[in-house]
Ligand binder design. Sequence first.
Ligand code: ADP
Ligand code: MG
Length: 601
Amino acid sequence: MIKFEELGLSTPVMSAISEMGYVEPSPVQEKAIPFLMAEDRDFVALAQTGTGKTAAFGLPAIEKTDVKNRKAQTLILSPTRELCLQIVVELNKFCKNIPGIKVVAVYGGAPIYDQIRKLNDGAHFIVATPGRMVDLIERKKVDLSHIKRVVLDEADEMLNMGFRDDLDSILKDTPETKNTWLFSATMPREAENIANRYMNDPHTITMGKKNAGTDNVNHLYYRVQARDRYLALKRVMDINPDIYGIIFCRTRQETKDVAEKLIKDGYNADALHGDLSQAQRDLVMRRFRLKTLQMLVATDVAARGIDVNDLTHVINYNLPDDVENYTHRSGRTGRAGKKGVSISIIHSRETSKIRQIEHIIKQKFDNAKVPNGEEVCEAQLFSLINKVNKAEVQEEKIAPYMEKVMETIGELPKEDLVKRFVAAEFNRFLEYYKDAPDLNIPDKREYDRDGGRRGRDGDRRDRDRGRGRSRSNDSNYTRFFINQGVKDGMTKRDLMGMINRVTRRRDITLGRIDVMKNFSFFEADKGMESDILKSFKNAVNENERPVVVEVAGDRKDDKRKGNNDSRRKGPFTGGRSGERKDYKDRRSGNSGGRREFRRKY
Ligand code: ADP
Ligand code: MG
């Protein structure tokens, strides 16, 4: 591995970057820095987010600056105000030991006159958003006659954001003799056009798709019904109590909706989108940086300028329209040697998009299961225990209250006390996740066949599902078990058809339908319970096999026993009786597990 010392940087710069903890140059730095220092040529570097591009252009530009000449020599264009400020901060650190060198940022949304004044005071570096730069040029408030190099940072993003004309006019208004350095994660056609029109035989380097960052990112996806996206998102947050990350949405509206719902549901989240005023954006960003805000909900564009590197998670609430944006998103986690997770919540038909992304990032996704209620409760429990365990007791601060506190709960036996503390914090989750539905799409084939549709009532009920509510508690429905599943070729639509056919009615209100591998569940109007059971008594399926329908319930449910007997006469004998066991184990295993879980503390 090459060291920074070998790149030929000057002593003041070297000592500054060592102080910053830079030891080894990143691949793009290793290639770009010596080249740009030695040559006066146009240059294109394709490298992903988080690969250290700022130093790759910043360090050589600093080394080439004539500090005595107080005219602007380097113009850096960057898509957002936040990115500009981030670059300024980095550059100032790099030139910490070079007296007199000046860096000025100009961007929209802030008073132009202050910026003009700063420019007039002399700046070696101008870091600008394209819009504001054009504004300054038009007002003739900036002298670009000494510009030696223009850096287009995040060129693809500037073009995405519609800055094409601005870039055109800036590149035209800067001296012919300048060099143009283009840095970008991708090279879309528009960037090619810029390169062809304004650059002279640029030296191009392309970094491998993999960088130190993405090696540390674990990519996974959850497949759920499109309408269960939000519920799945909540599970992700609930099972990661210490999550710190960004939830990416596709549109402004979605950003607002998701953030609003999360806030209403008591999560520490807020939105960042284009409708916010600059002051509002600043406030949200400040809170996020300080980690007083745990989750930021943002669009790709709004998230561009986020300079937070130690995210634990990136969540793709929706996959980006432009597959390549995925790399930008996931590049925001797993930095600086830390592990990161990029989670995508997808619906049944988006698997092909995942394959496309895999192709581009050259990494495989894990098809993960949305955590179930017990898993969430367990994670929450241990996070709480951990917190209690690590809590720092400030003896003096709490002393004044201790007497009163001891009076009220001090007499409780230790075990009781522990239980109550846990329960006080924990009941909310237990209650919410009691009977929480499985959000995973059980089997691909089945959904591809019926498009994941449900009865209209099922839809409505699902939307109504909120905290503390669950389908089995809904008194208007009875949940039935039926011994037909995907294995028997059953789909939701088939099942609805069968119910209509067997009961000879089309007016039964159906609730949620879950078609599993070997059997299914469906909810139906409670008032129809006995009619349904009666109709199915001697029913057979297309293969003349007996169909068994019974009320799904607890083990202690008496009906279950009776039906067990009748089943023995049916197809559930010999090898196939295992399926019944499977079903019973699942049910009893779940509730038994929960009981045991409660007993633990
Ligand atoms: P990019 O512009 O490619 O997205 P940045 O230039 O913003 O990446 O760098 C990402 C982070 O990595 C920054 O916090 C930066 O300080 C840090 N960094 C860059 N190069 C190095 C290096 N060689 N060693 C250690 N940290 C680095
Ligand atoms: Mg950058």
